[in-house]
Design a binder for this molecule. Structure first.
Ligand code: PLP
Length: 452
């Protein structure tokens, strides 16, 4: 792709204004140094100094068809010229069409779409629907999960980012989902992990009181927490448990949905149909904010004669819906979902496993489609993580060195704790993946120096 001519002066001005006035999420404002981005195209973006980066993070794992896809950009421009906005209570052509295209791709009878502006709002509304549908209050969510940063969503989140804003929302109960590499159940194999995780979930339900539980929410494949593909049979087992106790089964596919796992929805990999699916990100590659809840017939019917008490001014915004219609069309025309599966099976997965063979710092490789994580360890035997922070809470040398080596070699990673996630666009090319793996190879040699 084209890279703009370097213009460090313009970059410095952008950066100075950013530092003066932009308050960044998840950051200590005085400690950050955000890269000034000059442009992006496909799998690449570039700065004002003439550096180009291969984006192995897909932004925040959402540019599923890469940056600036001309057909999606044109659809947004065309919609802006035609009808830039219209309130949610009206039927609007692109909104109807986006809902139809999404409903046709969700599993089972999840055929009604409630639009939101992003993932957290989708989670908030899924929980509200489940509570009103069941007349129950509690929601079970997993440790090692991320569901968003709004009040309910952050409380459902299992990862430590919730600690600072945990208001102790009544009724959120956390349980352990399966993860063999660091098994909470000391399991020795996938089958054992699956059985023990299901037994633990059912115990949790028994002790909380089945009649008090509205919903169980899980990421089909937990993303931010480490891309932990569930063992075969786990999600089907949760489905059975939900049916047994009349609990609404919510799958959060905000990150895993829309092609990332090599299927339209990650649930399709496990032949499981939840009651509600939350989505966002990949639905329109994030060109305009959009999220939503796909609702099954039974829960939708709860609100046939009784109003659903929830909604946002910009729900189903025409620009966002036009982007979704165009994105889904591009994904069909260019066989993007099939391509993501192919890349995972034949290029990215094997490539990462090959790196793991040569680098003692790689403790585990896991994932599917274009949704992969490698876990870096000090010692493969003990699985001691390559610590992300030192005792003072500063980014510790090993992971910081891994990240900066990648960037020096033109690869923009998604790094979380002791993990490097390889989550490129679903339409990343084979040669781009190979280029990324080569840069990762160099960075892992740096990580190796910190192994025991
Ligand atoms: N759920 C999952 C699984 C996510 O990965 C995310 C964001 O990363 C969210 C919810 C929150 O989405 P948003 O940041 O759009 O509110």
């Amino acid at each position: 792709p084209h890279v703009a001519a370097p213009d460090p002066q313009a970059g410095a001005a952008v950066k100075a204004a950013d530092r003066a006035h932009v308050f960044h999420s998840w950051s200590a404002q005085g400690l950050i140094d955000p890269l000034a981005v000059a442009g992006a195209e496909g799998s690449y973006f570039w700065d004002y100094d003439g550096n180009r980066y291969l984006d192995f993070s897909s932004g925040l794992v959402y540019t599923n068809i890469g940056y600036q896809h001309p057909k999606v950009v044109a659809a947004i421009q065309e919609q802006a010229g035609k009808l830039a906005t219209f309130a949610p209570a009206f039927a609007v052509d692109v909104r109807s069409e986006a809902a139809r295209l999404i409903a046709e791709r969700t599993p089972g009878d999840l055929d009604k779409i409630f639009f939101t502006n992003g993932g957290a709002e989708a989670v908030e509304n899924a929980v509200r629907m489940a509570r009103l549908h069941t007349g129950r209050h509690k929601v079970l969510s997993a440790f090692r999960s991320y569901h968003g940063a709004t009040s309910t969503a952050i409380n459902l989140t299992g990862d430590p980012r919730r600690w600072a804003s945990d208001t102790g929302t009544a009724g959120v109960v956390r349980f352990w989902a399966p993860f063999l590499y660091r098994s909470p159940f000391y399991s020795e194999n996938e089958q054992q992990e699956c059985e023990r995780a299901l037994a633990h979930l059912e115990d949790t339900i028994a002790f909380e009181g089945p009649a008090t539980i509205a919903a169980i929410i899980l990421e089909s494949v937990p993303g931010t927490a480490g891309i932990m593909t569930p063992p075969p049979g786990y999600l089907a087992g949760v489905r059975e448990i939900c049916d047994k106790y009349g609990i609404v089964f919510v799958l959060d596919e905000v990150m895993a949905g829309f092609g990332r796992t090599g299927k339209w929805f990650a649930a399709d990999n496990f032949d499981v149909v939840p009651d509600l699916i939350t989505f966002a990100k990949g639905v329109n590659s994030g060109y305009v904010p959009l999220g939503g809840v796909a609702i099954n017939a039974e829960i939708a019917a709860t609100f046939d004669k009784r109003p659903y008490p929830g909604g946002m001014t910009y729900s189903g915004h025409p620009l966002a819906c036009a982007a979704a219609v165009a994105t889904i069309q591009v994904m069909e025309d260019e066989k993007v979902v099939e391509h993501a599966a192919h890349i995972g099976e034949n290029v990215l997965g094997p490539g990462l496993r090959e790196l793991a063979e040569r680098h003692p710092s790689v403790g585990d490789v896991r994932g599917l489609g274009v949704f992969w994580a490698i876990e870096l360890v000090r010692d493969r035997e003990t699985r001691e993580p390559l610590v992300p922070y030192n005792a003072a809470g500063e980014a510790a040398a090993p992971m910081a060195a891994v990240g900066s080596t990648m960037k020096k070699n033109g690869l923009w990673p998604f790094i979380n704790m002791n993990r490097v996630h390889a989550v490129p666009a679903c339409n990343v090319s084979e040669s781009e993946v190979k280029e990324g793996l080569a840069a990762l190879d160099v960075a892992l040699s740096v990580a190796d120096e910190y192994t025991a």
